[in-house]
Ligand binder design. Sequence first.
Ligand SMILES: *Cc1c(COP(=O)(O)O)cnc(C)c1O
Length: 355
Amino acid sequence: MKTSLAIPVVSTKKSRLPETDFSNLVFGKTISDHMFVADYKNGEWTDLRIEPFAPLELSPANATLHYGQSIFEGLKAYRNEEGEVLVFRADANWSRMNESAERMCMPSIPEEIFMEGLVQLLELDKDWVPHAKGSSLYIRPYMFAMDNYIGVKPSETYKFIIFTCPVGNYYSKPVSVKVETEFTRATEGGTGAAKTAGNYAASLYPALRAQKAGYDQLLWTDGKSHSKIEESGTMNVMFKINGTIITAPINSGTILKGITRNSVLQLAKDWNQPVEERFLTVSELETALIEGTLEEAFGTGTAATIAHIERIQVNGKDYILPQKPADAFSHRVLAELDGIKYGSIEDPHHWIIKI
Ligand SMILES: *Cc1c(COP(=O)(O)O)cnc(C)c1O
């Protein structure tokens, strides 16, 4: 991509690349050499820069630490056969970040700052994009309040940062999930549609309880009646029942607008695969499991792309899903998305930008 913003760069004196074991990457632990930083003050984004990834200095009175004005994004870059670096749907992450910002009373980020910060960071750290098949570079843009003030009000200053993490072949083994009918992730009028820190803090306790009971993840239900399936962890969820894909709609304000979700639905449309964007009720799910009409269940999200679900607990009872045939929708859609991301097949929807 051609860039035009002049972003000053301070390069690291000692790259951590030589000591990085790319065959042993733990998701989110290995971080690349540099980060992009911008500061918001006096009503504008200033002091754009790329500098070595390093600890920040924060006042103990930093507003984020107390009141949680903090939002984030997650996307990935991939290396194609020619060794070039491709980024998947970064424009969608930019616009979703601004939707989160609005809900949390934070300033929006101009597209130019988001995209050029990202592209110029990736140009500098391109050697951090792994070469091994199935691996990628996870990109974490985020923004948080920087006022040093004890009192609940929107901050007047913010920091926007992008850093990246090389991640290994994210083979996700099929997961087991439990329908959660006691705790709530999001309610109408709340912040469920924003990628904001507090949503994830609130999910830790119920998720841990489910893990102790032997499940990988929760299937969240609506906060009012706990009778409708919403989403799971950091993934949207889809069910294929009697040939139709069913997934929660995104207009309730309680569902995160997943970009993977959107991409899967676009491919389903391209393939004339019937889709219903509506809430699946817990009792419908239970009936489908009992009658054997649930053909596939899977999560969609940037980390795994598709996470197959193999076991579901509903009303205290465990159900094992049937073995999926090789040409199951979730297998085909994963192969198609991987093909587009790694540049091995055509990209008809212009989802890829080349660095
Ligand atoms: C990030 C996230 C998703 C998935 O979004 P993608 O853009 O597909 O990665 C789904 N649900 C929640 C709660 C999330 O935070």
